[in-house]
Ligand binder design. Structure first.
Ligand SMILES: [Zn+2]
Ligand SMILES: [Zn+2]
Length: 307
């Protein structure tokens, strides 16, 4: 079979027949563009050979939310069924900080997060990923507590369980004042929230590495996964963000790299994808697109590692 070399960045402009044929027993996908409408992401994900995918449901760096029509949700549902794309993961807006001390900003964040929850429910998404935020101006404990209160407030009156939606707390690169740089902090937040709403974790491989955990050496990865099991619990990690890292371990620099081309290397992803304890998780890349087809290549890199 001839290798397809895309010249266009947008998979919607590729011939439909190029979808890679091989199947995988894991759920593997990539963060996908919602350009020209959220529902187009499903078609793009399919053409990239995904069986799961992640999107933003609005512009990730603006407060004003996108309007989401009923028809868009219906098209999304139809395409997801037709192409067997599940779960659908939505990543929250980056501006949201539910741990902050600035009242007007916190209010804005709560409103924006409520919008995220409402759109995730309307789109029948399984997961909504949230970065736990920055506690600058207060203590870490206060930050955690404020986040838990803010999430509870934002979700008031919404039935997430009925909608099949779970909020996922993502581990972060551990920058100063940011919550979620350790597994303990992710676990603590889940513990605080689990009585209010369905909540679990999303673990990002690049963030794990730059936050200082060893997932590269075999022994280090074994210990890191043991630590993750003892704190968050491996069964609670519903989504793995599969990103290689440009920066060194412990650098706290969050720079994603193509699968296998960074400081992590292919073996890390091979180990995670084939770990029986993680077989029910979704593996989603958030890798850069420097050249047309980088997204396709990163999805294929992950799929090829599954034995
Ligand atoms: Zn991530
Ligand atoms: Zn990142």
């Amino acid at each position: 079979m001839a290798v397809f070399r895309p010249t266009e960045k947008d998979p919607l402009k590729w011939p439909k027949a190029v979808r890679p044929q091989w199947r995988t027993s894991r759920r593997i996908g990539i963060h996908t563009s919602i350009a020209a409408g959220v529902e187009n992401a499903a078609e793009r994900a399919y053409r990239l050979g995904c069986n799961t995918f992640q999107i933003f449901s609005t512009s990730p760096r603006q407060w004003r939310p996108y309007e989401l029509g009923r028809t868009q949700c219906e098209i999304m549902n139809r395409l997801r069924q037709q192409y067997d794309l599940k779960p659908l993961v939505i990543h929250s807006n980056y501006l949201i900080n539910l741990a902050g001390t600035n009242e007007p900003f916190l209010k804005k964040s709560v409103e924006a997060f409520r919008g995220e929850l409402e759109r995730a429910l309307a789109l029948c998404a399984e997961y909504l990923v949230l970065h736990p935020g920055s506690f600058r101006g207060a203590s870490r404990e206060e930050g955690l507590e404020r986040t838990a209160i803010a999430i509870a407030e934002a979700s008031k009156g919404l039935d997430l369980a009925k909608g099949g939606l779970t909020v996922l707390i993502e581990n972060t690169a551990g920058a100063e004042y940011s919550l979620g740089g350790t597994f303990e902090q992710v676990a603590e937040l889940i513990e605080m929230l689990c009585r209010t709403l369905p909540v679990a974790a999303c673990i990002d491989t690049c963030h794990v590495h730059v936050a200082g955990y060893d997932i590269v050496s075999d022994d280090g990865r074994k210990l890191t996964l043991q630590h993750l099991e003892r704190t968050v619990g491996l069964k609670n990690v519903r989504v793995w963000h599969c990103n290689d890292a440009k920066a060194e371990r412990g650098s706290r620099l969050d720079r994603h790299e193509h699968i296998g081309r960074g400081k992590l290397g292919l073996e890390v992803f091979r180990a995670l994808l084939n770990d029986r304890r993680l077989r029910n998780a979704a593996f989603i890349a958030e890798t850069p697109i420097d050249d047309p087809g980088d997204d396709l290549r990163n999805v294929e890199s992950l799929k090829k590692l599954v034995v």
